[in-house]
Write a protein that binds this ligand. Structure first.
Ligand code: NZQ
Ligand code: ZN
Length: 388
């Protein structure tokens, strides 16, 4: 049975190969000073930086450059961004890039007018903002995280070896996001497939929990089938606009607060993956792919009915004459085959994890209780060992 819920998503989306022009409609809604947030330079290579600067200037905006947001943005970078925003009395934070830029922009947005230490307040104590929030807009160039239409913001603290996400409420979510699938075509294959697996796993995290018959699970299955289908086209032909646009749209719906409504969720692959990330700084999607199969094979007996459904509905496994366990295992094997075809990381050693890190990674893993099995620390260590 679906639980009770409210649903509201305030982010306005502009989707398509002409979507950048709508920045002209959004900019007049905000004051004069825009903090232009981007990463290591990919937006300059594809000419997007020049286009956006031209639009900002045409709209009479003063630009505060905030470059160098790294994948897995750090608390040090956050503090630098907050200083810039304060010194320049910024009116809008415009993130141009992937999930890292969008997440970082949200972290800055709740920290500019905050009197407390943002890391301690939002990421250690998980408090909600009680200050003015600077609005955020996004122009997305990498798909996967869903950050363009959610309140998630993940920050890494290397000194404390912690990577933590805070899911903020409506008031922190981007006011608008511009999604042009063409921007994603310059992604290196490794980043593209990492993003694709991130999408798939976001859906799994919300699917592998509960055993009720509910609409959310049917939507999840459709989204999984779409991303598997389009991913196989995109790895062969990265310039296929139809596949890239389907992947981009699926990424948004996979984590824009819709499919989790009314049901419990798991999120343990992300908890383990994030802790692997804190130790290795590896690409987010790869940390997930590397731990997923050992995790799902561990919890499968506790959610057998759903794993069987996953096999038949997502992977078209025929169940005739087979036990539920056989069907469920065949589903996971099909998923493994797909992951290998994409070229995903299948173990954490290749991401730089070593035996001596496993205890600390397990220690840094938040144990959540929404899935089929509440893990013990020993079980997490065992999953990590199997992921080596
Ligand atoms: O920095 P630049 O030069 O832009 O290069 C980036 C970066 O190196 C590159 N890139 C992006 N667009 C490109 C491009 N290269 C060529 N052409 C383009 N069009 O890709 C690299 C990775 O970018 P990044 O933004 O780090 O990737 P992603 O979108 O996967 O974001 C990862 C971050 O989001 C967090 C992750 O933990 C990680 O910190 N997440 C956020 C979530 C949320 N907000 O809800 C949920 C996710 O589960 C995730 O945890
Ligand atoms: Zn993710």
């Amino acid at each position: 049975m679906l639980g009770n819920f409210s649903y509201h998503n305030p982010t306005k989306l502009y989707f398509g190969d002409d979507s950048l022009q709508y920045l002209n409609e959004e900019l007049p809604k905000y004051g004069t000073t825009v903090q232009l947030i981007y990463g290591g330079g990919s937006i300059k290579k594809i000419g997007l930086y020049d286009e956006i600067v031209a639009i900002l200037k045409a709209n009479g905006k003063t630009i505060v450059e905030d470059a160098g947001v790294m994948p897995n943005p750090t608390v040090d970078k956050l503090n630098e961004g907050v200083r810039l925003a304060r010194e320049n009395h910024v009116d809008l934070l415009l993130a141009v890039g992937g999930g890292s830029c969008c997440d970082y922009a949200k972290a800055v947005s709740v920290s500019v007018h905050c009197n407390d230490d943002p890391w301690e307040k939002y990421y250690i104590r998980f408090e909600e903002p009680d200050c003015e929030i600077v609005p955020v807009g996004c122009v997305l160039t990498m798909t996967g995280t869903g950050s363009e239409m959610n309140g998630g913001s993940v920050i890494t603290n290397h000194a404390q070896k912690l990577k933590i996400g805070h899911v903020f409420g409506d008031e922190v979510m981007p006011k608008f996001s511009i999604l042009n699938p063409k921007y994603t075509m310059s992604l290196p294959k490794r980043q593209m497939v990492a993003g694709i697996y991130d999408i798939f796993n976001h859906i799994c995290e919300q699917y592998f929990s509960g055993e009720d018959d509910n609409t959310s699970d049917y939507i999840a299955e459709a989204l999984m089938k779409s991303v598997v289908h389009s991913s196989l086209i995109a790895v062969e032909n990265p310039d296929d606009y139809e596949a890239r646009s389907n992947i981009m749209w699926t990424a948004t719906w996979a984590l824009n607060t819709l499919i989790s409504r009314g049901k419990s969720t798991d999120w343990m692959v992300h908890m383990i993956g994030q802790s692997v990330g804190a130790y290795t700084d590896a690409t987010h999607g790869m940390t997930l792919s590397a731990v997923s199969l050992p995790y799902y094979r561990t919890i499968m007996p506790y959610g057998l009915k759903k794993f069987k459904r996953f096999a038949t509905e997502v992977w078209d496994i025929c169940s005739d004459g087979k036990t539920d366990e056989e069907v469920a295992n065949e589903g996971l094997a099909a998923m493994e085959g797909w992951m290998k075809k994409l070229g995903l990381a299948m173990n954490i050693s290749e991401l730089g994890a070593t035996e001596d890190m496993l205890e600390g990674i397990a220690e840094g893993t938040f144990i959540l209780d929404g899935g089929y099995k509440v893990l013990t620390k020993e079980e997490i260590i065992e999953i990590l060992k199997q992921s080596m």
